[in-house]
Design a protein. Structure first.
Length: 216
């Protein structure tokens, strides 16, 4: 991104801030218009009328947008952004105690100005494969410590108590929120499938691999 494009982006954000700042002020001020920023008042000699000779005033447009919004918070859609490689490394270090830079095996991050971000770059089949391979490697590394991560012995329990504790606890830390009932059931089924086909460690490894690749 060039210096000129950086200046253009800063100007765009500044204009957006001014637009939303226009929704501030005192309602029902004397004269029937809102006072304060965004009131739409025009300085003497500015033309007045239906916006003057050059079209609607900025203040009038702001007033109209604020009236349409009312008291309801308007939140636009936000694109799902893939973590940068540094963010991924920090996450698996905090989650599983895995050091180093495992995300170095993933394609380089997109750069926007001085910052690294993956907000625009498309997710290719190669990137999906790389994330899967990194998740598999990390899960294999922590396999001997699965009971420590779960906080109980996954192999000794005769019911799903320890597995539920593992799925709920690790899932809440990985997603930074409690799992929904549907998510818990899905990961518990995955664990039980690996446990029944091989052993409890395999089931826990499959859960860790899948959560590390999840977009949730």
């Amino acid at each position: 991104m060039t210096y000129a494009s950086d200046i253009k982006m800063v100007s765009w954000f500044a204009g957006l801030a001014v637009l939303f700042a226009g929704c501030q002020g005192t309602i029902d001020a004397p004269g029937g218009r809102a006072s304060g920023a965004g009131s739409g008042s025009s300085p003497p000699g500015a033309g007045g009328g239906a916006g003057g000779p050059t079209g609607p005033l900025v203040g009038d447009v702001v007033d109209e947008l604020c009236a349409e919004a009312g008291s309801t918070l308007q939140v636009g859609r936000s694109l799902l952004r893939r973590m940068t490689r540094v963010q991924y490394d920090n996450t698996v270090r905090d989650l599983l105690g895995v050091g180093g830079d495992p995300a170095s095996a993933i394609s380089p991050d997109e750069r926007m100005g001085p910052f690294y971000s993956n907000a625009q770059v498309p997710i290719t089949e190669l990137i999906v494969t790389q994330h899967r391979e990194v998740a598999e490697s990390i899960a294999a590394t922590v396999l001997p410590r699965m009971n420590e991560i779960a906080g109980c012995d996954l192999a000794l329990t005769v019911d799903d108590g320890c597995a539920i504790q593992f799925v709920d606890g690790f899932g809440a830390r990985a997603f930074r929120r409690p799992l929904s009932t549907a998510e818990r059931d899905r990961y518990l089924s995955l664990f039980n499938m690996g446990k029944s086909q091989v052993d409890a460690q395999t089931g826990s490894r499959m859960v860790v691999e899948t959560m590390l690749q999840s977009s949730a």
